[in-house]
Design a protein around this ligand. Structure first.
Ligand SMILES: [Fe+2]
Ligand SMILES: [Fe+2]
Length: 376
């Protein structure tokens, strides 16, 4: 038995495990020979790799057990476009459901914070965090969070939505870094409240539909210290406070407000720094459209990884790019295709297949991925 990544799967290979959708629905049972329709299904559900029997038959029909045939219908040909279509409809429902929960979570978060600021009550982080994130499924794997944020990018026009997205990303990154459950929860809390100081900045500056003047930028930059002060007034845990204060610090000392370096920066604030930039750049802003995740990854690589926690940024970039493998994209020249190969030397510039043409973006500085397209 071997684990095979999606793009190396071919019709006729025999599954060596039951393959489930995130919802728990069985997609393809163990012992079935793959067909091209099944490969479509795996792509639709963003299944990155599956276990395949070592000695797989080139004849799909021979390999199917009687139970599998029963599951699949009268015969293996029954696993056809109808099933793929059903899966597509289900996927659309899942996305709809996620959007609904996302809106509810966002509303809850916004109302709670506004209540807190106006009534000056004590901040019960756990209640706000649990209520907000439970709507989105706290155990949602990174691939789901990242995929869903592609659908949610138009929501991120407020400090609240941005904070919720950064919280989800911090939680995802902490899991990728094998943090224990308490620390994953802490990372989510740090992401959730990192920009709370922006509520103390005049809204005409925060919502200005254009680039900021140097003076306005100076005012906005005070949100880090203001956030720390606000959270201190609400008796919030020190780690969460430090993330609000330090999330714009950079490991090379080029950040603000204190130009801290490496070990002087709290480890959770370093996670927030990565997720904050990633979310801000991949979201629409009043004065610019969202950038594609690959453009942002390209930016991180060019910007110099030494500004960030080395391990965290490498894990983040690697996992993020792998999540978008096989995803449909539009290139800057308008061509549409799929990401088919990640270049480890240049994660932000993968190979994209457009029809029969393979375009290696690491060799095409004139082109970039302009937009991720919805899978369904
Ligand atoms: Fe910030
Ligand atoms: Fe932020």
């Amino acid at each position: 038995m071997s684990r095979i990544i999606f793009e190396q799967l071919t019709p006729g290979m025999i599954t060596d495990e039951d393959i489930y959708a995130l919802s728990g629905q069985l997609l393809i049972p163990k012992g079935v020979a793959l067909t091209s329709n099944m490969l479509d299904l795996l792509q639709l559900y963003s299944i990155r790799s599956i276990r395949i029997q070592d000695e797989w038959s080139s004849s799909p029909l021979e390999a199917v057990s009687p139970e599998d045939k029963h599951y699949l219908g009268q015969n293996i040909a029954g696993f056809n476009s109808k099933l793929v279509e059903e899966a597509r409809v289900k996927r659309i429902q899942e996305i709809k459901e996620y959007k609904k929960n996302y809106s509810q979570g966002l509303e809850y978060f916004q109302v709670s914070i506004n209540h807190l600021v106006s009534k000056n009550t004590e901040l019960d982080i756990d209640t706000i965090l649990n209520q907000t994130l439970s709507l989105l499924g706290p155990k949602a794997p990174g691939s789901t969070v990242l995929e869903m944020l592609v659908y949610m990018k138009e929501y991120d026009t407020s400090v609240y939505a941005h904070s919720m997205n950064v919280s989800l990303l911090c939680n995802m990154l902490a899991h990728w870094l094998d943090f224990n459950e308490d620390d994953c929860h802490m990372a989510a809390a740090c992401g959730m409240f990192h920009d709370i100081g922006k509520l103390a900045i005049p809204s005409q500056i925060i919502q200005k539909p254009g680039p900021l003047t140097p003076r306005e930028r100076t005012i906005v930059n005070t949100h880090a210290e203001k956030g720390y002060q606000m959270l201190s007034e609400y008796n919030v845990n020190k780690t969460v406070r430090l993330s609000a204060l330090m999330h714009h610090e950079k490991c090379d000392g080029s950040g603000y407000p204190q130009r801290l370096k490496d070990d002087q920066i709290d480890r959770f604030a370093k996670l927030v720094a990565i997720c904050d930039i990633y979310n801000a750049m991949t979201s629409d802003r009043p004065y610019r459209k969202a950038m594609s995740p690959f453009t942002v990854i390209d930016h991180f690589e060019k910007e110099g990884l030494r500004k960030f926690d080395t391990q965290a940024i490498l894990v983040f970039l690697k996992n993020t790019t792998n999540t978008y493998l096989n995803c449909p994209v539009r290139l800057s020249n308008g061509m549409v295709g799929h990401v088919v190969f990640i270049n480890n030397e240049h994660l932000g510039r993968p190979t994209v297949q457009c029809g029969s043409e393979f375009i290696d973006l690491s060799k095409r500085s004139d082109l970039y991925i302009a937009e991720m397209l919805p899978v369904v």
